[in-house]
Design a protein around this ligand. Sequence first.
Ligand SMILES: [Zn+2]
Length: 367
Amino acid sequence: MNIQHHGAVNGVTGSCHQLHIDDNYSILIDCGLFQGAEKNKGNDVDNNEENLSIDFDISTVNALIVTHCHIDHVGRIPYLLAAGFRGAIYATEATAALLPLVIEDALKVGVTRNKSIIDACLKLLTNQLVPLPYKQWHNISAKGSTDTKIKFQVAGHILGSAYVEIELNTPDSQKPKHRVVFSGDLGAPYAPLLPAPKSPYRADTLIIESTYGDKNHQHRKDRTKQLESIIEKAVADNGVVLIPAFSIGRTQELLYELEKIIHQQQKHHPKDQQKQSALWQNIDIIVDSPMAAKFTEQYKRFKLFWDKEAKRVLNAGRHPLNFEQLYTVDSHQEHLNTIAYLAKSRRFSSPKPPSLSRQVVCAAAVE
Ligand SMILES: [Zn+2]
């Protein structure tokens, strides 16, 4: 067995690892796009040649395992399909539901608007996709090769995210079973909405990806307090808060935290009794991204994978991703209408401080 890394080596994007199990059999773990400064070959900003092609031999690749749907883990899948890969694409059930949406958007934004090309790619993708439940072993052995099983475990990063355990067993050898674990992206403990990952029982070889390895995250309570006070300050200044956020994961976490703040304000200060409480009850929260809205729908569909706290909130009759103050922009026309509304009501692009009774928070998702 050996492992080749075709991405996320010199930087943190373009995740793609090839696990060579024997001479004729390998599997890929993720096939992501290089982003930001890592987009150009050799990370050279003056080099316009992008790192898009699959520049390694895929003749032995039998299957692709997808840990989660962020573009730096799945964005090169269309190029893999174009290079002739026709093996199974294994993903958790929620990731399998999200993946066609992500790939369709990536193709439209970065490759082509040609509907027949997009449809052809999506058809291949959905035919090859094999959704698997969490926490269950699944045999993916190719004929005549090493006995190979995979199991997805909760990673707590975004909806459907998983780390994958791969067990290799060569029956005719004296070697013991070998277990390889690929982390994908792992969620921080105490993050909102999704449960934290649990450590694997065993790993003989472990490949961990780390974007924030050199940072200590702020405690969730402090972060929420900070968000609350920034918004209150903006409202006091008659301002607008624009929050750029990834459309899968961060947007839904933000909505969840905002709903919590609104709820707590209402609970502690009955409506209209306190100025601050009235502020929160009357705030507009606008998600200005049709893609983020689509992903939020999927988060609602897969409530099964929410953490205990989020399920308790649901059972108490609250709707953390679908609350009264939330407005979702579903189309470009609605986006234009929203901008016009903000400009007209002087909540946006105003040269002077506008006089407002209410404020707007825009969670504008960018990818
Ligand atoms: Zn990610």
